[in-house]
Design a protein. Structure first.
Length: 288
């Protein structure tokens, strides 16, 4: 506990520190979040979704969280390491969930949000063909300015074909932001910024936690296939390749026997066929 704790920390703040200290002690998995620039509506949605997975999110000033960490670190080795990952508007996430599974859950639980001026478009903004609620008027020329072709049907505008009105990486200006909003396109993704997770004295950063499962499984399959091919190529016998090695040995042995004209049950048909082909070749050469 820091000197002056009793003097400078109000009863309300002391209660908050005790609450965080208890969470740090009760839960084996502690995550550090940065809630800066995250709208409260999206935060409430995500907190509710994550609560179903046994995940709690608690917010406080960084100083109070640091005090709680200092009180709890006696019972958890290396807990103070998470302090260096706190930035922006910090919050702690407490759970008993596996860190990698937790990161996957958070990554999936992201909300769509409207674009704002100055933001960078994360992906192509595409308008699909079909009817709209727009009545004919100035909107026709506004849509045309973005390359959107329209026609009038039953008093409403209909977009004639799928159109990309802005590409990934475009900086959003006022006109584009307004058009995206009118077209009900929400290109931005808002989610929890999980900086790091603590478990059993180890701090995992998000660069470690963000595992592409499909790519990971593909890499494992490729490694297994390459290892199998290598073992067959060098003739290293094991339970996984024994059948392939037997087939390879038989095929190579048979090929050698045919080349050397060695007659056996496995080569008789091939040798007869070989002799017949050679006979036809001689016949053709002699013009018989």
């Amino acid at each position: 506990m820091r000197p002056g704790y009793k003097t400078h920390v109000s009863d309300e703040k002391k209660k908050k520190v005790e609450e965080f200290t208890k969470l740090l002690g009760d839960y084996p998995i502690i995550g550090v979040l940065n809630l800066e620039n995250l709208p409260s509506q999206q935060l409430n949605i995500m907190r509710k979704q994550l609560r179903e997975h046994g995940v709690l999110i608690k917010m406080a000033k960084q100083k109070l969280i640091t005090l709680a960490i200092e009180k709890a670190k006696a019972s958890k080795s290396n807990l103070e390491e998470i302090e260096q990952h706190m930035k922006g508007m910090p919050a702690l996430l407490s759970t008993k969930e596996n860190p990698f599974k937790l990161f996957k859950i958070i990554k999936k639980n992201k909300s769509k949000a409207p674009a704002k001026t100055g933001q960078i478009l994360p992906a192509d903004a595409k308008v699909s063909a079909g009817p709209t609620n727009f009545a004919p008027g100035p909107i026709i020329s506004e849509l045309a300015a973005f390359g959107i072709k329209t026609k009038v049907e039953n008093g409403k505008l209909v977009i004639q074909e799928d159109t990309i009105i802005a590409t990934e990486g475009t900086e959003i200006d006022d006109k584009l932001a307004s058009m995206l909003l009118r077209l009900s396109i929400e290109p931005m993704e808002i989610g929890l910024d999980l900086i790091a997770i603590y478990e059993n004295g180890i701090v995992f950063t998000k660069s470690v936690l963000d595992v592409d499962e499909d790519q990971f499984l593909a890499d494992i399959n490729n490694a297994a296939r390459w290892a199998l091919n290598l073992s067959v190529e060098v003739g290293y016998i094991n339970p996984d390749n024994i059948k392939l090695l037997v087939v390879k040995a038989f095929t190579e042995g048979k090929g050698l026997a045919i080349e050397a004209n060695i007659m056996c049950s496995a080569t008789v048909k091939d040798l007869v066929g070989k002799a017949y082909s050679q006979m036809l070749s001689v016949k053709s050469t002699l013009g018989v």
